[in-house]
Design a protein around this ligand. Structure first.
Ligand code: NAD
Length: 437
């Protein structure tokens, strides 16, 4: 069983930041010098298989167990591991709670889950209770109770739980983090971001089945996938580390996108083309912070459109606009009030993680390499028995936007308060440092 290394005091103390900083100067070692990090992966559909492939490229990782309710999915990942390492991991395929047996193995350091959303928290709770580091796909939780359970269980067991918010490791997101830390935009006042991605195909498949994401759209209306856009914003704004989200208001448009998609794919007489779906096509949520900053957050996945996370970052000295890939900084940008290209700033403010890992990330990770750095950072924390760079308080704060936005929409866009998972420690927690591999 993994050593229980953290308590609330460690989880939210400068020790975590210090540990991360201490790692900053460390080079990337070859696998033979590294202590192995033994991982079990639960949920190996599209995303989980991707994690298996990525983990296999990270030096020192050993995948010892694979869990899935579908035997063929597990077998496919077992094959991948066996082909890469010569060792076949054990499969756990005996029903929806067989992950509990996987978590109880005494030869694992960590458990990663990429199941559908409703299983993330149950898997993480089982992992932490068994003394394992937890890593979960996004969102970490989809109800208020689950968010609290994650925080309390991490505090009680002393085990970290990292939500693998990969957008935080995108190259532009980390460049902006460094620019914000170095004051390039002055004091931040506002950010705008959105999960704007046509993912209708993940809700209804070619066979005319309503998939698990579609089931959520059937019964709930709010921002059901907030963490990709809010993760980087929260890091830029020092949320839980000097500031905190206090309340939100949320509003959704009428729905229709999924029904139209079903009609297009399956014909107008198909039951899914006649179905009412609770989810509005575009949800807009406004968030206020204790220090007076605001965020506009979009959830826009049911109509045809190009992918765009927006990422408007605005401060007292200037503004970055991700959609344009341009910025303007007063007194620095050459033309008065004219956008200039972001590319030179990507070099000038290159984040040390990207300087250290660009080659490996480009060769081995999706989303422009951000996925590799995400898994690498988790593995590094497990190996060094340190806090994870995104902690359980981040996981809960970013994920709770799901139930809070649903509540606000249900109540006619009424303001809804964020819980303070840090119990006041956000006032003294140091900002996330800018550190390397
Ligand atoms: N971070 C990203 O960029 C990113 C990208 C895609 C998906 N995701 C997230 O990854 C997760 C999985 O998405 P997906 O597209 O791979 O879904 P998927 O449906 O392709 O895969 C889910 C897998 O989990 C298995 N499963 C279901 N219930 C289980 C249980 N109780 N125990 C064990 N296995 C179980 C299914 O059989 C399936 O193999 C979701 O949370 C999604 O939001 C994140």
């Amino acid at each position: 069983m993994a050593k229980q290394i953290t308590r609330r005091s460690f989880l939210r103390s400068g020790a975590a930041a210090g540990a991360a900083l201490a790692l900053a100067a460390k080079p990337v070692f070859a696998a033979k010098h590294l202590k192995p990090v033994r991982v079990g992966v639960v949920g190996v559909g599209a995303r989980g298989t991707f994690h298996v492939k990525t983990l296999l490229t990270i030096p020192g990782v050993e995948i010892r167990a694979i869990g899935d309710i579908i035997e063929e999915h597990a077998a496919q990942s077992q094959d991948l591991v066996e082909k890469a390492t010569g060792k076949r991991p054990k499969a756990y395929t005996q029903g929806e709670r067989d992950f509990e047996n996987l978590c109880k193995r005494d030869d694992l350091d960590a458990v990663l889950t990429a199941t559908p959303w409703e299983w993330h928290t149950p898997v993480m709770l089982a992992a932490m209770r068994a003394g394992k580091y937890g890593a979960t796909e996004v969102p970490a939780a989809i109800t208020m109770d689950e968010c609290w359970e994650l925080v309390k269980t991490s505090e009680q067991t002393g085990m970290p739980c990292m939500m693998l918010e990969n957008v935080c490791y995108f190259q532009n997101a980390l460049t902006i983090l460094r620019m914000v830390r170095e004051g390039a935009f002055g004091d931040l006042v506002h950010c705008e971001a959105g999960y704007q991605h046509d993912v209708r195909f993940t809700k209804i498949n070619d066979k005319g089945e309503l998939l698990w994401r579609g089931q959520h759209s059937l019964v709930k209306n709010g921002n059901q996938y907030p963490t990709h856009p809010i993760g980087p914003v929260a890091q830029w704004m020092n949320i839980n580390r000097g500031d905190r989200f206090t309340y939100l208001v949320s509003m959704s448009t009428k729905g229709g996108g999924i029904r139209n998609f079903a009609a297009q794919k399956l014909g107008p007489d198909h039951p899914l083309a006649k179905q009412d779906y609770a989810q509005g096509d575009i949800n807009t949520t406004l968030i206020k912070t204790a220090n007076g900053l605001t965020v506009t957050l979009y959830h826009d996945t049911n109509t045809p459109r190009p992918y765009d996370l927006i990422f408007r970052v605005q401060g007292t000295k200037g503004i970055y606009m991700g959609t344009l890939d341009k910025l303007f900084i007063e007194g620095v940008s050459p033309e008065h009030e004219q956008w200039e290209p972001f590319a030179p700033y990507m070099e000038k403010y290159a984040h040390p993680l990207w300087k250290d890992l660009a080659k490996e990330a480009a060769a081995n990770g999706g989303h422009g390499g951000g996925d590799y750095i995400t898994d690498y950072e988790f593995v590094k924390a497990v190996r060094n028995r340190t806090q994870t760079p995104q902690d359980v308080y981040d996981a809960a704060t970013w994920s709770v936007i799901v139930p809070l936005s649903i509540e606000s929409v249900t109540k006619g866009s009424a303001p809804v308060e964020f819980p303070d998972y840090t119990a006041g420690k956000w006032k003294t927690n140091p900002p996330l440092p800018v550190y390397g591999a």
